[in-house]
Design a protein around this ligand. Structure first.
Ligand SMILES: Nc1ncnc2c1ncn2[C@@H]1O[C@H](COP(=O)(O)OP(=O)(O)O)[C@@H](O)[C@H]1O
Ligand SMILES: [Mg+2]
Length: 482
């Protein structure tokens, strides 16, 4: 394609030598490349070698004059023409193996861009092969991880999964459906295990953001020192030890979708301020970056703590509380809606049967009465745990009260209940082996501590002499919190 330049007569003539060097560089790259393409300043193809055109199902003749992307899908030659800057090494994906490409602008003497030339290097340059193979492998892995993450970040539950027939629950579902349609912050309050996270999924799934991600963050579970990075992300190379490529924050992950802030009452005060600013301004700066990022997310916050009380003792910022409390939804505790028990137990036993291959699918009347007399401090989560254990141990298809009684914690019986406690003075024998007994004790101990702290994990942690995230982990392991 090039007119051959004669070998310089005089090797001391730098200009002649330079021209030769350039010519020889282009000649050898062209010879060893998979393809060469030249475009004009409109990024229309001016010339393409037949090898390269054939790779994209075209011929040199009919490629000429067409926009480069039409001939080479995904080509970035247009960027080079627009920016005037070369892309010295890049990987371009094609239907076949990926190509290592080099793209250079062609400029006139004044520096104006006339067009660009692109080389695709692959087979001829075997040193690149390991690099390309590694890229292809990483790309495949990344694609599959992205697929999993997209799936993970969809709403897993809908309103259909929110079970219960009590008037209070039906009204809550109605209100929540209406709230889903409005793009305003929602604050879910209610004791632990009442279904706040479940409802957050249902709301996201019924909102116009359902196609976007749902990102759930437990504010109590993140160590305070990592909070800012978790939320706002970290710019590449922001500080020693930061990942080379930076880190994506939760706000960015939730872009276009919903960010669910669980246990919002456990947010440290410093973070409350930063969060408020990001929500108010709808923008933030990643750690170590001076570039502002815009956000477009809907916030659903949840708490089992008494936020107004926390505001009163200055443990929670009032301005953040008002910003989150635009559409409040209160989830009633299970003890106040025993009408929900039949439907709930039926569904839970069905789930358990599918998951654990148990044969148990119903409750006897005495069993239902026993469950209705409990106070359920851990609400539906606790009910699920009890039914799960009972179903595993059950002998027949219908659970009787005698099969449930020993699984219920003594403190759970409501004062009015005429259950096993009446007339009993000897302490209840704790069932199970040492580990089971310790687990039962720890569960009860931590549950009480949490209740005495008004549901606030940080307060309970400081009273117990435990770290905030340590206590969180324990509460999670023991299924006291999700
Ligand atoms: N109304 C309900 N119908 C069905 N399952 C429920 C309901 N409420 C809670 N659950 C179940 O109870 C458990 C705890 O619910 P979760 O949403 O994590 O509660 P919270 O966030 O309020 O602590 C989950 O397994 C959830 O699916
Ligand atoms: Mg929860």
């Amino acid at each position: 394609m090039f007119n051959k330049i004669p070998w310089p007569q005089n090797l001391d003539n730098v200009e002649e030598l330079y021209s030769w060097a350039i010519y020889s560089l282009f000649e050898s790259v062209e010879k060893h490349s998979e393809g060469t393409v030249i475009v004009d300043q409109n990024a229309d193809v001016v010339w393409i070698n037949s090898r390269y055109a054939a790779r994209f199902g075209s011929t040199s003749q009919n490629a000429v004059g067409r926009p480069v992307e039409e001939v080479i899908p995904g080509s970035q030659m247009r960027d080079v023409v627009h920016s005037g800057r070369p892309i010295l090494l890049d990987i371009m994906e094609t239907k076949g193996p990926p190509l290592v490409v080099m793209r250079l602008p062609i400029k006139n003497e004044q520096g104006g861009v006339l067009g660009a030339i692109g080389f695709a290097l692959y087979d001829g340059l075997t040193p690149f092969s390991p690099f390309v193979a590694a890229f292809s492998r990483m790309k495949r892995e990344l694609d599959s991880i992205k697929g999993v993450l997209v799936h993970e970040r969809r709403a897993k539950y809908s309103f259909q999964n929110v079970i219960g027939q009590s008037p209070a629950l039906l009204e809550l579902k109605n209100k929540a459906r209406r709230a889903a349609q409005k793009d305003v912050p929602i604050l879910l309050t209610g004791e632990t295990g009442t279904g706040k996270e479940l409802l957050a999924h249902a709301i996201h799934g019924a909102s116009h953001r359902a196609g976007g991600p749902l990102v759930c963050v437990n504010m109590g579970a993140i160590p305070e020192s990592l909070m800012e990075a978790e939320f706002f992300g970290v710019a590449p190379g922001a500080y020693t030890g930061a990942l080379k490529n930076g880190r994506i924050g939760k706000l960015e992950l939730a872009e276009g979708g919903t960010l669910f802030l669980d246990e919002i009452g456990d947010t440290p005060l410093t973070m409350q301020g930063k969060l408020l600013r990001a929500l108010q301004e709808k923008e933030y700066e990643p750690v170590g970056s001076n570039r502002i990022k815009k956000t477009n997310i809907r916030i659903i916050a949840a708490t089992s703590a008494d936020l107004p009380e926390m505001v009163a003792r200055k443990a929670f910022r009032s301005d953040l509380y008002y910003r989150l409390n635009v559409f409040p939804l209160k989830l009633p505790p299970l003890r106040e809606r025993p009408e929900c028990l039949p439907a709930l137990t039926e569904r839970i036993l069905k789930d358990v049967a599918t998951h654990f291959k148990t044969a148990c699918h119903g409750l006897g009347r005495d069993a239902l009465a026993l469950l209705a007399a409990q106070s359920w401090p851990g609400n539906v989560r606790e009910l699920r745990n009890v039914l799960e254990r009972a179903a595993m141990l059950a002998e027949g298809p219908i659970l009787g009260a005698h099969e449930l009684r020993h699984l219920l914690l003594p403190a759970n019986a409501t004062p009015s209940s005429s259950g096993r406690q009446s007339g009993e003075s000897a302490p209840e024998r704790i069932a199970g082996d040492y580990n089971e007994a310790m687990r039962a004790f720890e569960t009860e101990f931590l549950r009480q501590a949490l209740a005495e702290a008004g549901g606030s994990v940080p307060l309970a942690a400081s009273r117990l002499g435990l770290g905030r995230s340590t206590l969180y982990k324990k509460l999670k392991t023991l299924s006291i919190l999700s």
